[in-house]
Design a protein around this ligand. Structure first.
Ligand SMILES: [Zn+2]
Length: 141
């Protein structure tokens, strides 16, 4: 059985996940760029019974589908991490940003099975792997 621990930046908010996601996708729409601050979102939908929540979180409720009940959560200390619920797709699941599962020790988070709004991606996204890189310095995990 897969097992991941999703964490926020400061690690105060942790999600212990003990099941495979029902769906994983990436999205490069401009709203997802606004939410993540990056070129794409990468989210997984997990059965709620497979997710144990440890720590405190703040909630941002929104009403994109007109039915209410959608929300995102985030760590009140560092503002990252968390989980959410989308009423328009698999509302019985928690949506978790897959980057919060990344760890040098754990299994890699599952890759997306599809991408939405690829036409809205930043023009440089596809050439990212061709840029010079460095592995020293700040990242400690
Ligand atoms: Zn935090």
């Amino acid at each position: 059985m897969p097992h991941w621990t999703a964490t926020c930046h400061c690690r105060q908010l942790r999600l212990s996940i003990t099941g495979a996601p029902r769906h994983v996708h990436a999205c490069t729409c401009t709203r997802c760029q606004n939410v993540t601050g990056g070129p794409a979102s990468w989210n997984g939908w997990f059965d709620r019974a497979d997710v144990a929540i440890h720590g405190t979180y703040s909630t941002y409720a929104y009403d994109r589908a007109g039915s209410g009940g959608s929300f995102s959560t985030f760590c009140p200390t560092c503002g990252s991490g968390g989980f959410g619920v989308t009423q328009e797709f698999l509302p019985d699941c928690y949506v978790i940003p897959m980057g919060s599962l990344a760890s040098p020790e754990g299994p890699p988070p599952p890759a997306p099975a599809m991408v939405h709004f690829w036409q809205n991606r930043p023009g440089w996204l596809e050439s990212l792997g061709d840029l010079p890189g460095g592995n020293g310095g700040w990242p400690d995990r």
